[in-house]
Design a protein around this ligand. Structure first.
Ligand code: ZN
Length: 294
């Protein structure tokens, strides 16, 4: 009898603390800028430019819509990573006070800094199309110096690289927001990911935008639904990760070919491989961001 009582108590306890035993729902939100609702000019996305203050305000509104949605969808913890440019665009005083903020671009893992196995899902907010995409608003990968980036032979943009990082850590890519080309690009790589299109790219500079209130409402609803539905996957760790980076000119390949591990299959191209995706990510970031060829 005593054993039965103990068993019942243990079951009751396990039931009661069930959600906490799994650590709740931890959600990571990576916020870029070009695909934010209302962003329609590059003077809104660069610090010091005429409309930058407006751009930051638009960015935090989309971030807050995603945070509200994430909590409504069952998130118990939300971490936001500022993922654009100098990565100090989001003002903490304007951000939903329930979320923590990762800030500044001096990071190994850039747009997914701090992502690890403890997260259940990741949301890509304000994303844009990859370098070379014919029609995406401000299409680029990492920075403007990259012409094409391939991961295991497949051309990928920032969404694709970040999705590979999420897969490595076993985190579900649950939502992507941006223009139609950015959403379609991530949906082609991550089957079943929910997409919210906040604007239609007419070409790489012109867009047709949803009314702001509607775009934010869709982001909030999308985040809620995506977080509620997300199931944490098992990590996918299938190295080696082979990376080919083609640049817009030959200067970085010329300098970095000093490192014998970096192959130079063409004058404007570097190639390398790493067993772990985070290590590949780190080197990609070094190559487009931290090489001074002056
Ligand atoms: Zn970007």
């Amino acid at each position: 009898m005593r054993a039965v009582v103990t068993l019942v108590l243990l079951l009751a306890l396990a039931f009661a603390i069930g959600p906490f035993a799994q650590g709740g729902r931890k959600v990571y939100i990576s916020v870029d800028m070009e695909g934010i609702s209302g962003i329609n000019g590059d003077d809104q996305t660069s610090a010091g430019q005429a409309e930058y203050a407006r751009g930051r305000k638009l960015m935090v509104e989309d971030a807050n819509a995603a945070i509200r949605g994430a909590f409504a969808g069952g998130a118990t913890e939300v971490v936001v990573n500022d993922s654009h440019g100098g990565q100090r665009n989001l003002l903490p005083e304007d951000l939903d006070p329930r979320a923590r903020l990762i800030s500044h671009s001096f990071k190994r893992h850039g747009m997914v800094e701090g992502l690890d196995e403890t997260f259940d899902s990741i949301l890509f907010i304000g994303y844009h199309a990859r370098a070379g995409a014919a029609r995406g608003l401000f299409a680029h990968t990492g920075s403007g110096i990259v012409r094409d980036l391939q991961l295991n032979g497949v051309a990928v943009g920032e969404g694709g690289i970040n999705a590979a990082m999420a897969a490595w850590y076993g985190v579900a890519v649950a939502l992507v927001t941006g223009d139609d080309t950015a959403v379609e690009e991530v949906q082609a790589i991550v089957p079943g990911v929910k997409g919210v299109t906040v604007k239609r790219a007419i070409n790489t500079r012109a867009v047709e935008m949803l009314p702001l209130a509607e775009a934010r409402r869709l982001i909030e609803a999308g985040a809620k639904e995506a977080v509620a539905a997300a199931k944490k996957p098992a990590p996918v760790r299938k190295g080696p990760y082979r990376v080919t980076m083609q640049f817009r000119d030959v200067t970085i390949p010329e300098v970095m070919s000093a490192f014998q591990e970096l192959a130079r299959p063409a004058p404007d191209t570097l190639a390398f491989q790493r067993d772990a995706m985070p290590e590949a990510y780190r080197l990609i970031r070094v190559l487009y961001r931290y090489v001074n060829t002056n």
